[in-house]
Design a protein around this ligand. Sequence first.
Ligand SMILES: [Zn+2]
Ligand SMILES: [Zn+2]
Ligand SMILES: [Zn+2]
Length: 137
Amino acid sequence: MLEELETRLKSRRIRPTAMRLLVLEILQKQTAAVSLQDLEAAFVKADKVTIYRTLKTFEEKGLVHCIEDGTGIRKYALCEEGCVCAPEDVHVHFYCKGCKETYCLPTSKVPAVPMPERFRKVEANLLVQGFCSLCDG
Ligand SMILES: [Zn+2]
Ligand SMILES: [Zn+2]
Ligand SMILES: [Zn+2]
């Protein structure tokens, strides 16, 4: 298990430290995206700044991606293997209006949007809102 975590960090050129391994372990257990606050709650000791820096490193190295789900709270989820977070890699996100969780939909890619000549695309977000299977009933 630990070895698996280390390999995952190393595959993204992230030096495995105790803190990074812990954060990755927590992220791997999530079914929904987590906010910085969620992560802080999972730690008794580690301070905010350290957790934030760890997430930033993960984001810069393409291990996690940040999600804007319209709540104003930045959420993070693990990237798929081989993701380079390019516009053509980006998948749709789903925000559940019931449990207020945000989910990655890795099999649903954001469709290519034709750009007029004077515009250059840098990133694209597509958020679908609705109810997850647990809340729809
Ligand atoms: Zn990514
Ligand atoms: Zn839900
Ligand atoms: Zn995602």
